[in-house]
Design a protein around this ligand. Structure first.
Ligand SMILES: *Cc1c(COP(=O)(O)O)cnc(C)c1O
Length: 381
């Protein structure tokens, strides 16, 4: 028998059988009447999921495409912007902004920590003519959930700044109320919390951002948000719709609705908490020193053991695909996601796998210690 696989990576994530089945249906044509109700349902479902009255654009691309569009639809070359950079994805904001000629002022956050609202306040004072603030809600590379509520409060006093948030790994796992928090451009991706294959970027755009878009003269063709919005109003997309993924999206949203948004957030919090406590119980340290995310947990490799070797052994010996560390964290950490289609036994599997791998590497551990702790927590109502 081939090794049985357990996908516990922070994207792509497993796809529920209900969604896979829906996506196995024959393709329908994106300009034919059949597709109109499909897109209409997706539009409404996304507003519910993003907790917004805004239009949520449906783009056929990975999440990064949504990030690119957030830069080249609302700004002009030379515009000053602030980027919260506390990991690989924060760094990506800087790189995209710079690729389009924006003038980036970075708030450099030590990896493993959440940005402090005071740091944002300070940056805003230093760059009073900033046009936008870019950040992640969950910084997937470090497993930190940034304090976007705190940042949102600070930004209430700066009405001219566009608040642009990459929630690609956080939506569904965290309660992020787009409108309440005043998020102007809010981005998600299909292959994370939404329990779908890769291929969709979803972008909520506020009226304030649409107004700003009118002044933006950046070159754009594929990611033309204005055209996407016009198409969306006719229950279409500008180019060929990712028909299959959008059908799957509707099924995913149906599953999430049946569970209830509050329960979805609680489930993620419960799974994340159980994994964290189990890792600590076997003597490991969490990489996130403040505000660990409910999407993905970054765990420090114990002294003398290579984090990449743990990640690799989990996959090769036990079929558990988590993630290693990126960039300067390579070898120092490994990551386990509890995101999207994740439940009790995904966490038990992960904890058990980590225990067995560490033991085989000579780490001193009483097998079952972490599993026991996780079980206690997961049995609680
Ligand atoms: C996964 C991820 C992305 C997007 O990656 P793609 O490969 O383009 O889908 C962006 N930001 C964060 C925080 C992510 O976790």
């Amino acid at each position: 028998m081939p090794i049985k696989r357990y996908l516990l990576a922070p994207g792509p994530t497993p796809v529920p059988p209900e969604v896979l089945l829906r996506m196995a249906m024959p393709i329908i044509h994106h300009r034919a009447p059949d597709f109109i109700p499909v897109l209409d349902e997706a539009k409404k479902g996304l507003k519910w999921l993003f907790q917004t009255e805004n239009d949520v654009l449906i783009l056929c691309s990975t999440g990064t495409g949504g990030m690119v569009g957030a830069v080249n639809n609302f700004f002009n070359p030379g515009d000053k912007v602030i980027v919260v950079n506390g990991g690989k994805f924060g760094e990506r904001w800087t790189k995209i902004c710079q690729a389009y000629g924006l003038n980036v002022h970075e708030i450099s956050v030590e990896w493993g920590y959440s940005v402090k609202p005071e740091q944002v306040e300070e940056a805003l004072k230093k760059v009073p003519d900033a046009k936008g603030l870019f950040m992640q809600s969950c910084e997937t590379s470090t497993g930190v959930y940034h304090d976007i509520e705190g940042v949102s409060k600070v930004l209430k006093n700066y009405p001219d700044i566009l608040f642009i948030v990459d929630s690609i790994s956080a939506l569904v796992a965290h309660d992020i109320k787009t409108d309440n928090l005043g998020i102007d451009v809010h981005i998600a991706g299909s292959q994370k919390g939404l329990m779908l294959p890769p291929g969709l970027a979803l972008v909520s755009v506020s009226e304030k951002a649409w107004k700003r878009a009118e002044t933006s003269k950046m070159p754009r063709f594929y990611f033309n948000f204005k055209k996407e919005r016009e198409a969306l109003q006719k229950n279409q997309t500008n180019f060929t719709s990712a028909v299959t993924l959008i059908i799957g999206l509707n099924e995913s949203i149906r599953l999430l609705k049946a569970e209830g948004l509050e329960n979805v957030f609680k489930r993620h919090a419960r799974l994340a908490n159980a994994l964290r406590k189990a890792m600590e119980a076997i003597g490991l340290r969490l990489f996130a020193k403040s505000s660990p995310s409910n999407s993905v947990t970054a765990i420090e490799a114990p002294p003398g053991i290579d984090g990449q070797a743990i990640y690799k052994a989990l996959r090769e010996k036990y079929g558990i695909t988590g993630a290693g560390g990126q960039d300067k964290l390579k070898g120092k950490i490994f990551r386990i996601a509890h995101l999207g289609y994740a439940d009790t036994f995904d966490v038990i599997t992960a904890v058990s796998g980590v225990e067995m791998v560490l033991k085989s590497m000579g780490y001193s551990i009483k097998l079952g210690t972490g599993v026991g702790v996780a079980e206690e927590i997961l049995m609680e109502e």
